[in-house]
Design a binder for this molecule. Structure first.
Ligand SMILES: Nc1ncnc2c1ncn2[C@@H]1O[C@H](COP(=O)(O)OP(=O)(O)OP(=O)(O)O)[C@@H](O)[C@H]1O
Ligand SMILES: [Mg+2]
Length: 291
């Protein structure tokens, strides 16, 4: 079995569920290099989508530095760990943020999932699947790098948004991430969001550089989602533990984000054959075989 298949299936898979009509878009926000703005992008995208009538949930899967809750000014009592251990129900763990965004604090990572019994996994799956009816978009903050945790969430998502800043190290690390995802896990489609640039030209430059090398050396396509300028309003909003778009709707960051949201909503999702609906996402999560 190739590595991707090994990662996907455990020896004792839980049974398939019938497909349903309701589709939840599962998006992972990822980067090679840390500190490029992923978490800010996660919360602002969630907020922008909620403002457009979408029902959104954030899954905070950044094992090292979970801080979606901090950016939203929330203090969740529990994490997905309490759900996995059976100590708490889904409704106890989920917190509601600004604009009605739901947050599932998952800072414990996916390591624990491997230790669950089949029955526990089934119970959890039922809880997740019940929740799906109330969602349109699930956004995952994966954290940075190419650890198995990050790879795992990227692979299980329907679409992968790679965040990159104009620094050369961020560009090379984004390339390395896409290379690993394509060679090891057969991912073919990525979206690129350039953050922290001076303007359009800088951003276009970053996109061109990456798509040129990707075209030449990798069998992948990169859709351009747009760019977000460097804007000091971000730091101000972070200090207040508020969402930039909520606090400063007219700031350059927020205006650019509206455009990115338009593009996001217009973008057709390229589902790899191994991706299904959100039920498939949860199923993969729970059927994960330990590395
Ligand atoms: N467009 C921007 N303009 C100005 N500052 C920004 C912008 N985007 C992010 N920042 C700042 O960059 C820092 C890192 O942002 P953030 O925490 O969102 O990055 P991250 O990629 O999630 O980091 P990590 O990899 O550590 O999880 C923060 O201090 C944030 O305020
Ligand atoms: Mg982060």
């Amino acid at each position: 079995m190739d590595q991707a298949a090994e990662l996907r299936f455990s020896k004792d898979p839980i049974p398939p569920v019938p497909e349903v009509g309701h589709q939840v878009r599962v998006v992972s926000i990822t980067s090679g290099k840390g500190g490029v703005g992923k978490t800010n992008i996660v919360v602002n995208l969630a907020y922008a989508l909620s403002q457009r009538g979408k029902r959104v949930m954030i899954l905070d899967a950044d094992v090292g530095l979970a801080n979606v809750d901090i950016l939203l000014g929330l203090t969740p009592k529990y994490t997905i760990q309490h759900l996995l251990s059976g100590e708490k129900q889904f409704s106890d763990v989920i917190v509601r943020g600004p604009g009605g965004i739901l947050v599932l604090p998952a800072s414990s990572g996916v390591q624990e999932l491997a230790e669950l019994t089949r029955e526990q996994r089934l119970q959890l799956l039922t809880a997740f699947e019940t929740m799906d009816e109330e969602l349109d978009v699930l956004i995952i903050d994966t954290g940075a790098g190419i650890s198995s945790n990050v790879m795992y969430f990227n692979m299980a998502a329907h679409e992968i948004i790679v965040v990159v800043s104009p620094e050369p190290t961020s560009i090379t690390d984004a390339y390395a991430l896409m290379k690993v995802m394509s060679l090891r896990y057969a991912e073919r489609h990525f979206s690129l969001l350039v953050n922290g640039v001076k303007g359009k030209e800088d951003a276009d430059d970053v996109y061109k550089k990456l798509s040129m090398v990707a075209d030449r050396f990798l069998d992948i396509s990169i859709a351009y989602l747009g760019y977000i300028p460097h804007d000091n309003h971000v730091k101000k909003a972070v200090r207040r533990q508020r969402i930039v778009m909520e606090c400063f709707p007219d700031a350059p960051f927020s205006k650019a984000f509206q455009e990115v949201t338009d593009t996001f909503l217009k973008t057709k999702v390229h589902l790899n054959s191994n991706h299904g609906n959100v039920k498939f996402f949860w199923r993969q999560l729970l059927d994960r075989k330990e590395q």
